[in-house]
Write a protein that binds this ligand. Structure first.
Ligand code: GRF
Length: 208
């Protein structure tokens, strides 16, 4: 059984999609053991509670002066305390609005994923949907990737394409992208748990 820890900061809709996929058996052989938030009182924590998953808040407002690793060490402790261990578990970033330290990322290398609302490498960083609209692309989408020390730049696991409409607003586009996020994130987790992802340099091969 693979122990999953999910790091969140906000709404928690991707967290919900993953919890549902575990509950309905689409993802087998894994369980979400803890949800960690850097912000207190966010909706994602209620999503976790609804599914009976333990929640931990490691409030980062008190860490402004400390190093990234000082903070991440606390997250690591909570993950381990809940049975999510480097080298055997899986960490999922689901709307987690912090950059992780090099130490944390190295410890979890190959076992940490993120979802981003664009077709990377286009539009990394914040407000990717707005960036896509402003640039004028006709297609955008979402990307699940392994996390490396460079933000939004790790090996790509899955992507889904979304057409940009003439009358799209940032909100309408984000909403259609989000629907796709909820499909590909659980799918990427399923492939990982089934041992079907093989990383070769930048490329992630999906084994049959
Ligand atoms: C999603 O758009 C995801 O791609 C981005 O942050 C948002 C999180 O949404 N990284 P939610 O908290 O999963 O609803």
């Amino acid at each position: 059984m693979i122990g999953i820890g999910v790091l969140v900061s906000g709404r928690g809709s991707n967290l919900r999609a993953i919890l549902e996929a575990v509950r309905n058996g689409r993802i087998k052989g894994a369980e979400v053991r803890v949800v960690v938030s850097n912000r207190p009182g966010v909706p994602a924590l209620d999503v976790a509670r609804e599914f009976g998953v333990p929640v931990v808040v490691v409030d980062d407002s008190e860490f402004k002066g400390g190093s990234r690793w000082d903070y991440d060490r606390l997250v690591l402790e909570e993950l381990e305390r809940h049975g999510v261990k480097p080298g055997e578990g899986l960490v999922l970033l689901a709307g987690f609005m912090r950059i992780l330290s090099r130490e944390f990322v190295e410890l979890w290398s190959g076992r940490i994923m993120n979802i981003h609302p664009s077709l990377l490498p286009a539009f990394p960083g914040l407000r990717a949907q707005r960036q896509a609209l402003e640039y004028g692309v006709k297609y955008t989408g979402c990307t699940v990737h392994f996390v490396t020390h460079e933000v939004d730049a790790g090996p790509i696991i899955l992507q889904a394409v979304v057409e940009v409409r003439d009358d799209d607003t940032e909100e309408s586009l984000a909403e259609r992208i989000l629907k796709k996020e909820h499909e590909i994130y659980p799918e990427a987790v399923r492939l990982f748990v089934e041992g079907r992802l093989k990383v070769e340099g930048r490329r992630v091969k999906i084994l049959a």
